[in-house]
Design a protein around this ligand. Sequence first.
Ligand SMILES: NC(=O)C1=CN([C@@H]2O[C@H](COP(=O)(O)OP(=O)(O)OC[C@H]3O[C@@H](n4cnc5c(N)ncnc54)[C@H](O)[C@@H]3O)[C@@H](O)[C@H]2O)[C@@H](O)CC1
Ligand SMILES: [K+]
Length: 490
Amino acid sequence: MLLSWTSSQVRAAEEPLLAAGVPLMDRAAFALATQVAALLRERLGRVGGAHVAILVGPGNNGGDALFAGAHLARRGAAVRALTVDERVHGAGAAALRAAGGRLVAADEGAAWAADADVVLDGLLGIGATGGLRGVAADLVERLSVGVRGLVVAVDTPSGIGVDDGALPGPVLAADRTVTFGAAKPGLLLPPASATVGQLSVVDLGLDLAGAPAIARLDDADVAGLWPVPPADAHKYTRGVLGVVAGARRYPGAAVLSTTAAVLAGVGMVRYLGDVGDLVVARRPEVVIGVGRVQAWVFGPGVSPDDASQRRRIEHAFEGVRERGEAAVCDAGALELLPAHVGPHVVLTPHAGELARLLTTRGEHVDRAGVEAEPLRWARRAHELTGATVLLKGPVTLVVGAQSAVYSQAEAPSWLATAGAGDVLAGLLGALLAGRADDIHEDPSLAAALAAAAALVHGRAAHRANPGGPVAARAVAVALPETIAALLADA
Ligand SMILES: NC(=O)C1=CN([C@@H]2O[C@H](COP(=O)(O)OP(=O)(O)OC[C@H]3O[C@@H](n4cnc5c(N)ncnc54)[C@H](O)[C@@H]3O)[C@@H](O)[C@H]2O)[C@@H](O)CC1
Ligand SMILES: [K+]
């Protein structure tokens, strides 16, 4: 699991080490230079003679970049540091000069930087307040038009909202971000996370206190969350999932959500709706009609003005309230959500649906507003409804009980396709049904399960057709092998 910590948590953890004279900047700069040298060797076959441009801001972030530049210059790279402020880290600048590097003004070095093999972005790190301004902003805007080489961000892409993932000004999108001590929330949160590239965390030996801000599950975490059946399992102990989905107009959603649930390994699926014949024709494992369930999926392909599906969902919500059955509330069912539920109910809106849900509860926000501040609005929806909220997007955010926040970024962009959400709903429903007893004891578990479902969904899309288009049905079909591979690797 990748954990992230806010800039003040990181600073607090650095303090005692700095007071004890631990050379944190040396460690950070050395690790950064080592990674950049490896990238250069990969791309050019050598470090000597490579052109390295360093964008240097006024603080310690610039200091890290300058010391790293000095290491690279000593290995024979041609290093130029572009300064944007009269304040420059003094010892870092002296080290770079002593190693044969040059400091130049930003406008003088910009063309050289655009053509360099690597650009190190050391304008701002965790000391950033607001977006880049002045000369630094002009330089980044100029380079954002296109640089020939790789961009490596030092600690963070400069000018992102380090703690909230905002993009308050121009940011040079990185191919790689080398972050120090711990990941920061803004590196995992949209929209800033789109500027991070590949993330690597340099261990500085910090003793981080307090709860981490945001987590990202790794493949290895899935096995600990997945309801792997014990030897004496039978279909009822493995969990029964009720699915209220689809309509004559949208029959595919019922097929996709039930298919995903069956293939994710639930004990049994009961389907409630008007297209049972089609569902059984496509998935003969599915049982039609009411009966005892441990968890529900409501909403794929359901329009709230469909009176019979509406009645079924409202009735099923009684079981959710009275017996504590877990539930996935998706698409059309979001409009039927009772005023307040618990975290054992997982909402799965995309940004537009979340904006609608919030608007009906008195918040004035539209789709673009949610996309600009997804964590803020997912949190607000959790506060207002009591539900666990899984907000779909290029990066999926989950906000649950006990301040749990997960950010999952496995989904290839090809997964943005009709029906993919129905598959996610069925897959997550299977997980909730399989771990219903545990959710009953600890409803905060629903957030980790929702994050695991997002991870598996993304991995299944990749497995269905690496690097190319995927149909939602193919994602569902890839689930058994995807899950087996994740369980085997753990
Ligand atoms: N504290 C430490 O011990 C360590 C710090 N490290 C590095 O130090 C960085 C933090 O250094 P600082 O605290 O000096 O902060 P930064 O280097 O991130 O920048 C702060 C400076 O930038 C200016 N500034 C802030 N917002 C601006 C904006 N929007 N536009 C233009 N200028 C702006 C401020 O006047 C301030 O002087 C970390 O990100 C990391 O790279 C690492 O060396 C590891 C150890
Ligand atoms: K930076």
